[in-house]
Design a protein around this ligand. Structure first.
Ligand SMILES: Nc1ncnc2c1ncn2[C@@H]1O[C@H](COP(=O)(O)OP(=O)(O)OP(=O)(O)O)[C@@H](O)[C@H]1O
Length: 345
């Protein structure tokens, strides 16, 4: 049964009403993750991040979560790149980062988007370095020669394969498939080619500890870009779906400090809406709704005499959380969404 799979739960990290030092620690970790994603030719920062620094926080480990993470780390141990496929907000990124942390190798983070091309993955020339050489080949006569040396800066994929890092490539299917040609020889022959780089070190031998975890949203995976079959053939795919109800309650509880019965209400409502509506209602929606309700609860608003949230407040909160998903669809759709949420709460 779904709830059985979530026993023996563990939670690392704090809820949103945490003290300042915890928040600062988390901020420092986010900064590292940001550095990992922005590194490369732009600012020269290393894209390598400490595995502990990118660990998701808070992170709930129910049996369901641990089983999935073990599948991912198991495949990595079997030297297979892993592709996590699943709906928006179901927990793919959290799982990928937790698996990367478990390996204990440095982590390189990459975000897929249209702008990612081969150079963004492997590196590029970053302008020339000029320096002068003073030749005194005849006593008393000096000749100055200006030399321009091209400077090459590696981008995250090159650094990851050389250092044996765990590459976490988030939403990889958003990138242009042509950019991923370089991945074929990485997975097949253990060699990364750096097109554009001249000289003997044009290729890098892939470090034996290099591993890759890729994530894709299932609708985008089908719809945005068709990645080449030859590449997809080299991954194993782990399908990630929404967790069981108890795991989702644990996740909401870990993120937001509200009473257990309120967590129950939020998760039950969210799961009903997930079944009833055509839009994607991920775990993130429940966390966001609970964060809103934590504030309204603090103001003693919207609580009935029995202490439960009243239906109007729940409808308002879920409406605010979900309406961005239909933004632009017109007023009729907005009012239809409202009445369908009101029917479900
Ligand atoms: N095991 C977990 N413990 C704690 N929080 C979790 C866990 N799994 C998911 N979450 C939380 O649920 C939300 C959605 O998770 P996440 O961002 O990993 O989903 P995703 O599938 O990568 O989403 P997207 O497709 O939008 O990128 C986040 O707020 C995340 O912190």
């Amino acid at each position: 049964m779904a709830d059985d799979s979530s026993r023996k739960r563990k939670v690392r990290g704090r809820k949103i009403r945490s003290d300042r030092s915890t928040k600062e620690g988390r901020r420092a970790k986010k900064e590292l993750a940001r550095k990992a994603s922005n590194a490369g030719a732009k600012d020269g920062d290393s894209p390598l991040a400490d595995p502990a620094a990118v660990a998701p926080e808070p992170f709930v480990e129910t049996d369901a979560v641990t089983a999935l993470r073990d599948r991912i780390t198991g495949w990595l141990e079997a030297e297979q790149p892993v592709h996590l496929i699943g709906p928006t907000g179901c927990g793919k990124t959290a799982l990928a980062l937790s698996a990367a942390e478990t390996r204990g190798r440095p982590v390189v983070w990459l975000n897929g988007d249209e702008a990612v091309d081969t150079a963004a993955l492997v590196g590029d020339h970053a302008g020339g370095e000029r320096y002068k050489e003073d030749d005194r080949f005849v006593s008393g006569v000096s000749k100055q020669t200006e030399i321009v040396r091209e400077r090459w800066v590696d981008n995250p994929l090159s650094v990851a394969v050389r250092e044996g890092a765990t590459l976490v490539y988030n939403e990889f299917s958003r990138s242009d498939p042509a950019a991923h040609n370089v991945l074929l020889s990485v997975f097949e022959e253990g060699v990364l080619e750096r097109p554009g780089k001249r000289g003997e070190d044009r290729t890098i031998d892939v470090h034996p500890e290099f591993r890759a975890i890729l994530t894709s949203n299932d609708t985008e995976y089908a719809g945005v870009h068709d990645q080449q079959d030859a590449l997809l053939d080299r991954f194993v795919g782990v399908h990630v779906d929404y967790y069981d109800a108890e795991t989702e309650r644990e996740i909401v509880r870990a993120h937001v400090d509200i009473a257990n019965e309120d967590v129950e209400t939020v998760v039950t409502t969210m799961r009903t809406l997930r079944d009833d509506l055509e839009i994607v209602v991920g775990t993130r929606a429940a966390i966001t709704a609970a964060k809103g309700l934590a504030v309204f609860d603090g103001k003693r608003n919207g609580k009935s005499e029995t202490g439960e949230f009243d239906d109007d407040l729940l409808t308002d909160v879920f409406m605010d959380v979900l309406v961005p998903k239909i933004a632009g669809d017109g007023p009729d759709d907005v009012s239809t969404l409202r009445s369908r949420i009101a029917d479900s709460v």
